[in-house]
Design a protein around this ligand. Structure first.
Ligand SMILES: [Mn+2]
Length: 312
């Protein structure tokens, strides 16, 4: 599965690694994991990590993202990780690269790169990068393994989501053998501040339900200002405030952002991905997102979610 990818990585002296905007643990983890693997196995290559920073997950990369000139792309391979759509790629200069390779585990929407490795059966993109290392016999340092572990843990919902498989645990077993400190990774990922806990309480208070028991939280631009958080945080960060609620199979968080109303959809059963795609978004069967243009569209989406919840 990875022969072509490995050939491309071997072929280029410069490799620039991209991933999606607003990086989560898997975007950062797969990026830093692959970065370290290439550095360690091909020390003569120039390798870079690019993209927007993350307060929450920046620690996984261990250092700031690289600032690089356009000229570096001329003879470079750009690797795009954990991204289903072109518009979501952080730093669109990947288009200038001599060659492109994508490794992703989202549902396939359309071709982005010259070489495409897309397998939605993987719990995480970090899992795909780990598998590439295993199958290619590449050495994996504790730094690389820690980043890949962080990506796997976060995108599998701490090994709870459906995509968690025997393969997940085989790969994690391989990463643990590389020598990583899981306690330190867990504490950096899951320690909550008092401020966050109080914010969560506010979001709990905001939960509403549709006729068919779709849970949702709607946060206005004004509320975001008062809470001191971004639309991204209000949706991605707090949507799972509604997870594991009795009688609720679908839940959604909306927040008024600069470019529209951000929306994150989650489900414990029904496939909500087609609804996200209908509204210009994407993701997974039980976790997807989209950006909506106005409140009427939010209402229309909630009606679609109601219909899906009703059939479930
Ligand atoms: Mn991912």
């Amino acid at each position: 599965m990875f022969e072509e990818a490995l050939r491309a990585i071997r072929q280029y002296d410069t490799v620039i690694i991209h991933r999606h905007k607003n990086p989560d643990g898997d975007a950062m983890g797969s990026q830093a994991g692959l970065y370290n693997i290439i550095k360690d196995n091909y020390p003569q290559k120039a390798v870079y990590m690019v993209g927007d920073p993350s307060d929450r997950y920046g620690f996984i990369a261990g250092r700031p993202m690289d600032e690089i000139p356009d000229s570096l792309y001329e003879n470079a391979l750009a690797v795009i990780l954990d991204t289903s759509a072109e518009a979501l790629i952080s730093d669109d200069r990947y288009k200038k690269a001599a060659g492109t390779l994508r490794i992703d585990h989202h549902l396939f929407i359309s071709k982005i790169a010259d070489i495409e490795i897309v397998d939605p059966s993987y719990e995480s993109c970090a899992g795909l990068v780990t598998q590439l290392a295993i199958e290619s016999g590449l050495k994996v340092s504790p730094e690389a393994a820690s980043a890949l572990f962080a990506g796997t843990v976060t995108d599998s919902g701490r090994f709870r989501f459906d995509t968690t498989s025997a393969g997940t645990f085989r790969r994690v077993s391989f990463l643990l053998e590389a020598g990583i400190d899981t306690n330190s990774i867990y504490s950096r990922l899951y320690t909550t501040s008092v401020r966050d806990l109080r914010l969560k309480a506010k979001f709990v208070e905001k939960i509403r339900f549709t006729d068919k028991n779709v849970g949702y939280i709607y946060t206005t631009a004004q509320e975001l200002k008062e809470l001191g958080i971004s639309a991204y945080t209000a949706t991605r960060g707090y949507v799972n405030t509604m997870a594991d609620l009795e009688g609720v199979s679908i839940w959604a968080a909306f927040a008024e952002g600069d470019e529209g109303i951000l929306c994150e959809l989650r489900s414990c059963g029904p496939n909500i991905n087609p609804i996200a795609v209908k509204y210009g978004g994407g993701g997974h069967k039980k976790a997807s997102g989209a950006t909506l243009k106005d409140r009427e569209t939010v209402q229309a989406m909630l009606r679609d979610l109601d219909e899906t919840a009703d059939k479930w």
